[in-house]
Structure formats: C-alpha cells, structure tokens
Design a protein around this ligand. Structure first.
Ligand SMILES: [Ca+2]
Length: 152
C-alpha cells in the first residue's frame, strides 16, 4: 500500500522538476534574470556589429530598464572579465544630444550617465556604453570595440 510518504515524495520530485524546467527557460549560452534571457559576448565589436549580432540571435542590444538590471549587468560583466565599457542600445546618431533607445526611438525612461557624460568628446561619440569603472553610462565612438549583451 502506498502511504502518504510516497505521495509527498512524488510531490517534492514534481516541484523539483518544475524548478529545473523553469531554470532552463533560456537557450544554452544565455542566462536568465527576471524573466528575460541575456547573452554576454566573448568578443569586442563596434556598436553596429553588436546590433547585427544580437539581431541575428533573435534579441537586441541591452537597453537597461532599471537600477537592479544595471547592478546585475555590472556583476556579470566583472565575472566575465569585461573591462572598459559594454554597449547599450542607446544612441544620438539621429540628433546630437538626443539619446534614444534603439528598440523604439524614444528617450529611455531609465538613464544613468556618469558625471560629465555624455560629453560627445571630439564630436565623435554617439553610442552609449555602461562604463565599468564609473558604474554609469558614457557616450563613446560607435566604431570603438566593446563587449555587448543581447537581451530577449
Ligand atoms: Ca563620452
């Protein structure tokens, strides 16, 4: 006869499997955070190449939504040995000093420029990066090479 112990064991296994299934929601090579999946690049590329790469993977260059996500990005960038900056999907290529999100062309509702940024240094900086040493955003040349994170 199957006792209560057997059924409670089955229930625990079912809950555990559901947990495993839940953690496998993102494809291999992507990691999940608050219901989204993120791909951290191994190489450093221009802003345009980062956009193309993320698009090819079915995602888009990370557009930070809030401080929690920014802190999480900072942690994982350090874990991966990133240095300098990480591309964000924010640019003022269309209109100087009018930074918009690539996904919708609108002013991002979360913005976190470092002190003195964006400064459009030498009139050449139109793409935003999360700058690790500042723990805040910089505008940089879109042609520079930087790590990037795709988000789905
Ligand atoms: Ca700058």
């Amino acid at each position: 006869m199957l006792g209560f112990g057997f059924f409670s064991a089955c229930w625990l296994i079912a809950v555990a499997l559901k947990g495993i299934e839940g953690s496998k929601r993102c494809e291999k090579g992507w990691i999940d955070f608050e219901r989204n999946c993120y791909f951290f690049s191994h190489n450093r590329v221009s802003f345009k190449d980062a956009m193309v790469s993320c698009h090819d993977k079915g995602g888009a260059v990370l557009e930070l939504q809030n401080e929690r996500e920014e802190k999480w990005l900072d942690l994982h960038s350090h874990i991966r040995g990133y240095h300098q900056g990480v591309w964000l999907g924010v640019t003022d290529l269309q209109k100087e000093n009018h930074f918009v999100a690539m996904s919708n062309g609108r002013k991002p509702h979360f913005i976190h420029w470092a002190k003195g940024e964006p400064n459009n240094h030498a009139g050449q900086e139109h793409c935003a990066l999360y700058w690790l040493s500042s723990k805040a955003w910089h505008d940089g040349s879109c042609n520079r090479k930087a790590h990037y994170v795709c988000k789905i």
